[in-house]
Design a protein around this ligand. Sequence first.
Ligand SMILES: Nc1ncnc2c1ncn2[C@@H]1O[C@H](COP(=O)(O)OP(=O)(O)OP(=O)(O)O)[C@@H](O)[C@H]1O
Ligand SMILES: O=P(O)(O)OC[C@H]1O[C@H](OP(=O)(O)OP(=O)(O)O)[C@H](O)[C@@H]1O
Length: 217
Amino acid sequence: METRIKIALTKGRVEEQTLPIFTQAGIDITAVINKKRKLIFDLPNDPYTIILAKGPDVSTYLSKGAIDIGIVGSDILTEQQSQEYELLDLGIGQCQFVLASTKDFDPQAVKRKVIGTKYPNITQAYFSKRGEDVEVVKLEGSVELAPLIGMADAIVDITETGTTLKENHLKVYDYLQTVSTRVVVNKMALKQHRELIFDFIDRLAAQTKNNKGVTLK
Ligand SMILES: Nc1ncnc2c1ncn2[C@@H]1O[C@H](COP(=O)(O)OP(=O)(O)OP(=O)(O)O)[C@@H](O)[C@H]1O
Ligand SMILES: O=P(O)(O)OC[C@H]1O[C@H](OP(=O)(O)OP(=O)(O)O)[C@H](O)[C@@H]1O
């Protein structure tokens, strides 16, 4: 039976920006582009199976060894404290983590701040580093609502163009870290399918701006 590597691709923004890179790399992903509700695709001309999943699940599948390669944002890898090998930064899905709130927010005035976020671990780590004890409230989306409806003093979220913050009259109070899309490999899979995996990484790396993969020791 033909050996295939299982590549989980994060649905949504990451998928939209990654598929053109696949095409440029000569990988036929017509079936993925024309998908309806299908989630798994055995590509016709390459030994790759593409699996479409939500970002946090891509990271979970990777850590459980259910897939060989994950294409996922560094926001999720950091949040989930992923231990897998990051082989390539695709240079897409670029955004930044910020601390934001309403314009009248005074960081010194609130004793124990309530912070709304989709990223509780990153938020806790940020405030711990500053020696500040905060209450972190986990939200699932539209995080910008939290300070507007009086549910949180501030938020930790990602921003790209700044449009969402601006349209909701929120201001950036600090920059935490930058985010981009990474290609991550399960350690066991790398032992089993080293050649196939490095060939795949090289094909993508040749199309990315910085044009280099990460060399393993
Ligand atoms: N505004 C943004 N600009 C650039 N990249 C972003 C932005 N928001 C998220 N990302 C990156 O894209 C990944 C997936 O984001 P996307 O918005 O497609 O999914 P999501 O946040 O889970 O939304 P949904 O729940 O609507 O699917 C994030 O993990 C992050 O790495
Ligand atoms: O700076 P901008 O370009 O406006 O992008 C920032 C927005 O994008 C993300 O939300 P997303 O669209 O993923 O929706 P969500 O709120 O449901 O997570 C993020 O959480 C911000 O809300």
